[in-house]
Design a protein around this ligand. Structure first.
Ligand SMILES: Nc1nc2c(c(=O)[nH]1)N[C@H]1C(S)=C(S)[C@@H](COP(=O)(O)OP(=O)(O)OC[C@H]3O[C@@H](n4cnc5c(=O)[nH]c(N)nc54)[C@H](O)[C@@H]3O)O[C@H]1N2
Ligand SMILES: Nc1nc2c(c(=O)[nH]1)N[C@H]1C(S)=C(S)[C@@H](COP(=O)(O)OP(=O)(O)OC[C@H]3O[C@@H](n4cnc5c(=O)[nH]c(N)nc54)[C@H](O)[C@@H]3O)O[C@H]1N2
Ligand code: SF4
Ligand SMILES: [Mo]
Length: 731
């Protein structure tokens, strides 16, 4: 059987897969043992690549809504309609009338990395909403403020660290996030084998917690208190040791003063972690030969998300572990521009504008996804009248899906780039379906920047485009032309324009490999059969390793670029040119955390969870990945079940600020007392979708319990964990 390589796009681990092919059909997938990064690892999702790829519910042609129903359309018809409808709306109501929603799979496609910035640059709308404000925006904000660059995100040096403190992440099931590491479970086991220690802070005894030396079952939403107390202990017991980093950091004394009240005794009740344990955690962290603190969703989509993410790196810095091997290091991917000289930068600014209805400050050019519905519903200037969603399903992934569902129905026009007719795309006037992943090339622009080892891999499309299909890069390029009034131009013009602009700048920059070159001659040297490939080639050439597309193609299993190294101070772009340990906006948010010290916790709160064989809202349509433990149940501790009169398997009614739902109970002591857990991405029972397998086992939409008013104020990120709920038996 012929085989072909394809980087797996189904999670952040970016494993290299070997696909077996029968003609153009993918009949199997195994880990590519020669992959320089993943070395043969594969998980059940990757193994289902063929089934997911061949899902009969995937759309094969564009759809156009006519008289309330969809009809299949040609690509020309679809883009014609977009070109007729969108530019007049912009003309009449201004740029902000077109909203853009970018969802998670954009970070798993080449198209999603290369074209949305061009689309946004051309539209000039301020109404941009992305999955980041349901996810990692607090990390971008804390890193932006501390290091001056929201993309300067340190990742734990998994393979050499002696001590890993995990806050609200479950990489054994998620396979890791903002820490790209194929075979995360294996790497955690290796840490234990080499004598290192693993501590997991999570209200659930997850599969990751079960691998740990110590599991701290914290009360949800209180990690910022716990971490502030760890910082307090480091200062109080004279355990800080920033080492060589010290000369690049300002604000040590300010942080000491800022955490003075957060003693272990003061946080113990709120966190439900005794003071002695808090002290031990701090001492272990300080004493470890090397250590890394790493936090994800459970420390991000919470009320103090930015403070938690800030404290994670404060701990890494105070213990001397930031930017040193074995600690937390800044990756250097092959497609970022070659490093500029060290020195002060422009810094990172929040709130350059605000959302129209609720006045939420922008973060990184985005408005909170939780504010999308009101921006569509509320009349007035700047109202979102047309929406372009790309790889996004906010009806299920954002708070209060019912409200958003109604709001989407009020739009004048909507376009969705999506392979499925799902809960969100069913509202579109035009659906543009990308081909399945076997027909797309892949280079991981996003996750190489968060990888535990620097490397570069490129996999061309394993099978040719099916007749009638359009590559997702071309879909994006044509969409850009259609919405900006340049309809009819060759889609390659979009890539040529980007190449031209990039080179015009690069040739003037002394640190750029293209400095002083003739831009036209340079552009003429680029290889690649498509605009996307030529852009990849350009980025590689302008990058820190001087790679080219040809060199990548000669190394189908990838090029290893070595372990992560130290990058401070070059990586810093703050105005001071130093690490700012206590940035102003963080200091201004601390009184809110102090107020939490004395506040009584809610008696019952909700947290989420992820299942290994699932992925957010769109992977419930493959029979082989459904069932077993991958079900939408409400996990309840036995003591809470007894207290509330709940029975395993029987339905419970869950009520919260945003609404209520009925869901089967799963009694398990893997959740702590006072906490219930529901996974997200379910609720496939809305009419008009075309996802047959998912609709047969719809589950409930956990986000219907939220009304979208709870946000982490610094980042605009929705609070999805630690929300108060009431649970009772459903009669
Ligand atoms: N309660 C709760 N809610 C959550 C979370 C949680 O933990 N708890 N997690 C949040 C997080 S971290 C995230 S990232 C978001 C994710 O939420 P979204 O950003 O909405 O992403 P998905 O749910 O993955 O849906 C992605 C859409 O992209 C489509 N798609 C799949 N592959 C492709 C492709 O190759 N190209 C294109 N164009 N489209 C594609 C799918 O059909 C689907 O419609 O959910 C968030 N919501
Ligand atoms: N199988 C699978 N893999 C995935 C995904 C998926 O849906 N399924 N989604 C992908 C995406 S988009 C992302 S962003 C990543 C997320 O990657 P992770 O963050 O590793 O995944 P989660 O399972 O959401 O882990 C969050 C953990 O935080 C815990 N938690 C909840 N609230 C709190 C709290 O207040 N404090 C603490 N300390 N812990 C808390 C939860 O119990 C949960 O175990 O996973 C990615 N990979
Ligand atoms: S761990 Fe992630 S990248 Fe690797 S095979 Fe599984 S889904 Fe794909
Ligand atoms: Mo995510």
């Amino acid at each position: 059987m012929p085989t072909a390589l394809r980087i797996c796009p189904l999670c952040e681990a970016t494993c290299g897969l070997t696909l077996t092919l029968d003609g153009t059909r993918v009949t199997g997938a195994r880990g590519d043992r020669d992959d320089v990064f993943s070395q043969g690892f594969i998980c059940p999702k990757g193994a289902s690549f063929g089934a997911l790829d061949a899902d009969p519910d995937r759309l094969r042609t564009p759809l156009i809504r006519e008289g309330g129903a969809f009809r299949e359309a040609t690509w020309d018809e679809a883009f014609d309609l977009i070109a007729r409808r969108v530019p007049p709306l912009v003309e009449q109501y201004g740029a902000d009338a077109v909203g853009v929603v970018l969802g998670n799979p954009n970070v798993h496609t080449m198209a999603g990395a290369l074209y949305p910035p061009v689309l946004l640059g051309a539209l000039r709308t301020r109404n941009l909403f992305t999955a980041s404000t349901l996810d990692q925006m607090p990390k971008h904000v804390s890193c932006g403020l501390m290091f001056g660059d929201p993309f300067a995100v340190p990742v734990p040096d998994l393979d050499t660290t002696a001590h890993l403190l995990v806050i609200g992440a479950n990489p054994v099931e998620s396979n890791g996030s903002l820490c790209t590491a194929p075979d995360f479970p294996g790497r955690l086991k290796a840490l234990r084998r080499r004598g290192g220690t693993l501590t997991v802070v999570d209200p659930r005894r997850t599969r990751t917690a079960r691998l740990a030396d110590r599991h701290v079952a914290i009360r949800p939403g209180t990690d910022a208190l716990l971490l502030a107390a760890l910082v307090h202990v480091l200062y109080a017991e004279d355990l800080t040791g920033p080492g060589v980093l010290a000369e690049h950091v300002e604000g040590f004394e300010e942080v000491e003063a800022a955490v003075r009240e957060f003693t272990p005794e003061a946080v113990a009740a709120a966190c439900d972690v005794d003071a002695a344990t808090v002290r031990e955690l701090a001492r272990e962290l300080a004493a470890a030969p090397s250590a890394a603190v790493y936090g994800r969703i459970g420390g991000s989509t919470v009320a103090y998300g930015t403070l938690t993410n800030w404290l994670v790196d404060v701990l890494n810095i105070l213990t001397g572990n930031l930017d040193r091997p074995g600690g937390a290091l800044f990756p250097l991917s092959a497609t970022v521009p070659a490093p500029r000289p060290t020195g002060p930068g422009k810094g990172f600014t929040l709130g350059r504008w605000s959302s129209r209805v609720s006045g939420h400050p922008e973060t990184k050019g985005e408005l909170p996804m939780a504010a999308l519905a009101e921006e569509i519903e509320t009349p007035g200037e700047g109202r979102v009248r047309a929406l372009i969603t790309v790889a996004a399903n906010p009806v299920l992934s954002a708070p209060d899906g019912d409200r958003l569902d109604r709001a989407l129905g009020q739009l004048d026009f909507m376009v969705s780039v999506d392979p499925y007719l799902g809960e969100t795309s069913r509202h579109a006037d035009v659906v543009l379906p990308p081909p399945p992943p076997s027909q797309s090339a892949h280079f991981d622009f996003a996750f190489n920047g968060f990888a535990v080892r620097n490397q570069a891999r490129y996999t061309p499309a394993p099978v040719p485009l099916e007749p009638g299909r359009m590559d997702e890069c071309e879909i994006h390029a044509r969409l850009i032309l259609a919405v900006t009034g340049m309809y009819g131009a060759d889609p390659g013009a979009v890539d040529d324009m980007v190449i031209e602009r990039t080179l015009a700048k690069a040739v003037t920059e002394p640190h750029s490999p293209a400095h002083g070159e003739d831009p036209r001659a340079y552009a003429a040297r680029l290889t690649g059969r498509t605009g996307a490939e030529r852009r990849l080639d350009l980025m590689l050439r302008l990058g820190p390793y001087g790679l080219t597309l040809d060199r990548l193609r000669e190394a189908p299993h990838g090029i290893d670029l070595g372990p992560l190294g130290s990058r401070v101070p070059q990586v810093l772009k703050t105005r001071s040119g130093r690490i700012e340990l206590l940035p102003g906006p963080i200091a201004a948010d601390l009184p809110r955390l102090r107020a939490a010290l004395g506040a009584p916790g809610d008696p019952l709160v909700l947290v989420g969870r992820r299942h290994l064989r699932s992925n957010n809202s769109w992977m419930h349509n493959v029979p082989g990945l459904t069932g077993g433990t991958n079900t939408c149940t409400l996990q309840v501790h036995p003591d809470d079940a007894a207290r509330l009169g709940l029975t395993d398997g029987a339905p419970a009614r869950v009520k919260a600020e945003g609404g209520e739902l009925t869901v089967p109970v799963e009694v398990t002591d893997t959740v702590r007392r006072g906490v219930v857990s529901l996974p997200h991405g379910w609720g496939h029972d809305r009419p008009g979708t075309r996802m047959t397998v998912a609709a047969a086992r719809p589950g409930v939409n956990v986000n219907q319990l939220l009304d979208g008013t709870r946000l982490d104020p610094l980042s605009g990120t929705a609070v999805l964990n630690g929300c108060p709920v009431h649970v009772s038996p459903a009669l």
